[in-house]
Ligand binder design. Structure first.
Ligand code: PAF
Length: 283
């Protein structure tokens, strides 16, 4: 496995693979890889002849008060994990390689990005859509892999690919959890011991909500109300949102009468964590 820093090196590797008629999968990441990322690499290695992992903490998707500086980074550890899972290339550019001086083009989206995380993170999805479009143009993959944990991100990227006729397939992969239920996230490393215990309210609320839906509850307010009550009982937790939305448009729905996403974002101390379930997965 090779680690490269420049767009030119990625293009040269992909060109050589294409000459041999090989297919290419892309796993876009911001590094600090965990088993959630490993499952995306596994899926790509299974589906494609070659797998590229991008490892880039994208400044454009962080707001001015967010954790860009403190976001965990460890390229050696990432490389060991990616290699063990069969990746062929890591693309680890510096910000200046991705955003040259005078950079002034953006990929933006309305509607889907104006709900859920888009409300509390106004610049986030413009940064995600822009960097992911760039990665698609650099790597030109046949398939790209994203986790369902970032469910809104997955919906936004699917929509972007459809709107802009991007010639690749987007694959969504299941949430990977710790043994006690906490969804794997690079941000879990911010939690101290008390916060780590308190963070379990997220997966507990997801379980509670998905059981209500499984047992036939269709009133969105009843589902989210029960989940909110559970989270609010934890003193270290502060709800950003607990919402039920149409799975395709990300707009809130009062009745679960179509494929829906139940998504939550909760601050545990200063750390903002997300979790979700798709109603279609629990019925
Ligand atoms: O999900 C992430 O880690 C990032 O948002 C992504 C897709 C790699 C874009 O920077």
């Amino acid at each position: 496995m090779k680690i490269v820093k420049t767009i030119e090196e990625v293009r040269a590797a992909v060109k050589a693979w294409r000459k041999e008629g090989l297919t290419v999968g892309l796993v876009p990441t911001m590094g600090y890889l965990h088993e959630g990322h490993a499952s995306l690499i596994d899926a790509s290695v299974k589906d494609n002849d070659r797998t590229v992992v991008s490892d880039f903490v994208n400044p454009m998707q962080f707001g001015p008060t967010e954790d860009l500086e403190s976001y965990p980074r460890d390229l050696d550890r990432d490389a060991a994990l990616a290699e063990a899972h069969g990746a062929d290339l890591i693309f680890n550019p510096e910000p200046a390689e991705m955003y040259h001086e005078g950079f002034s083009s953006f990929v933006d989206m309305t509607v889907l990005t104006q709900e859920l995380c888009g409300l509390s993170r106004p610049v986030h999805f413009r940064g995600v859509c822009t960097v992911v479009s760039k990665l698609f143009n650099i790597v030109t993959p046949d398939r790209a892999y994203f986790g369902k944990k970032d469910a809104q991100q997955l919906a936004v990227i699917r929509h972007m690919v459809d709107d802009l006729n991007m010639p690749l397939e987007i694959i969504g992969c299941p949430i990977i959890r710790e043994e006690d239920g906490l969804a794997k996230s690079s941000r879990n490393t911010y939690l101290n011991a008390d916060e780590r215990k308190a963070a379990l309210v997220l997966s507990q609320a997801i379980k509670l909500g998905s059981e209500l839906v499984k047992n036939g509850e269709t009133d969105a307010a009843k589902v989210t109300g029960a989940m909110k009550a559970h989270i609010e009982a934890e003193p270290l937790a502060k709800i950003d949102y607990v919402k039920l939305v149409d799975a395709a448009t990300m707009q809130q729905i009062p009745v679960i009468d179509r494929p829906a996403l139940c998504a939550i974002a909760v601050y545990i101390g200063k750390t903002r964590l997300i979790d979700n379930f798709f109603t279609e997965d629990v019925k």
